[in-house]
Ligand binder design. Structure first.
Ligand code: ZN
Length: 289
């Protein structure tokens, strides 16, 4: 698929979203309509939290619908033509910037951080904070470096023909990501398994895949699904299973403050979904059964 096709697809997807006034919330709607609405609801919540009494769809005008859709794994293929694997205007600009643009991007982030520091009651000119805005900008660019990676570079030539049809598991891949709702870290372990269908992927690439998707703003559910779907598209295996166990700073250090709480998400595709035995074998090998 060419870039143009991808963009057309996004635009088509956007235009398929209901505009204000056309929403019917009756029971008689089709599954497709319901799905569509769920997606738009997510999108609205993502862009601007809606005050309680105002219907969400009134906020629809003014929301840039042709940017990244709320549900990438349903609206867009995880692997697209240019490899960005979830196109968004900001990611493209970032990827294509030259040295000067990178520099001024860093400066813009830094000055925004200075504002935050001041608003929080600090003196950004005191010695300890002098370099902090620039340092933070560089750190953030690192934490989100997954936006600059594309799947083709990550995988390169690491897909091999192999007559192996037993389960392959890589356990305990460390992941560090950022919660897109609070912009604070969540981190933990990712376990990836698949059952090959004549093709295998270099083992380290499984970790690279997890790294690429986790170094972006994420929700854990989507991260799990993106890794699984990407692997499934790369190898066309008989099945894929991805489990992520993570600690969310927004949960343990604010809000409910449950410091021991971990969140587990999983995505099972192919025979992991259809065969209970396969799923059980996987969970046993993970030590979870
Ligand atoms: Zn959060």
């Amino acid at each position: 698929m060419s870039l143009n096709d991808t963009l057309t697809q996004i635009n088509n997807d956007s235009s398929a979203l209901p505009s204000s006034g056309e929403i019917k919330l009756s029971d008689g709607e089709t599954e497709e309509q319901e799905q569509e609405q769920e997606q738009s609801e997510e999108q609205i919540q993502y862009h601007s939290p809606v005050p309680k009494k105002e219907p969400w769809y009134k906020k629809l005008s003014g929301v840039p619908l042709n940017t990244r859709p709320a549900s990438p794994y349903t609206l867009n293929p995880p692997i697209d033509s240019d490899g960005l694997s979830w196109p968004s205007l900001g990611a493209r600009e970032r990827l294509e910037s030259n040295v000067n643009e990178v520099d001024s991007r860093e400066q813009r982030i830094a000055s925004a951080v200075k504002t935050i520091l001041t608003e929080l009651g600090e003196d950004p000119d005191r010695e300890g904070l002098l370099e902090t805005p620039e340092r933070y900008a560089r750190a953030m660019l690192f934490f989100t470096k997954g936006y600059e990676e594309n799947i083709k570079d990550v995988i390169k030539r690491a897909v091999f023909e192999e007559d192996h049809d037993e389960m392959v598991i890589v356990k305990d891949i460390e992941i560090y990501s950022l919660c897109e709702h609070h912009l604070v870290p969540f981190f933990g372990k990712c376990h990836i398994a698949y059952i090959p269908n004549k093709k295998v992927l270099g083992l380290s690439k499984l970790a690279r895949l997890a790294e690429m998707y986790s170094r972006r703003f994420q929700v854990q559910e989507r991260l799990t699904k993106q890794i699984a779907i990407a692997l499934s598209e790369i190898l066309q295996p008989r099945g894929v299973a991805v489990v992520i166990e993570a600690t969310h700073m927004c949960m343990v250090s604010r809000g409910v403050q449950k410091s021991g709480a971990k969140t587990t998400t999983s995505c099972m595709l192919g025979c992991f979904r259809s065969h209970q035995k396969t799923r059980e074998e996987f969970l046993t090998l993970l030590g979870r059964n």
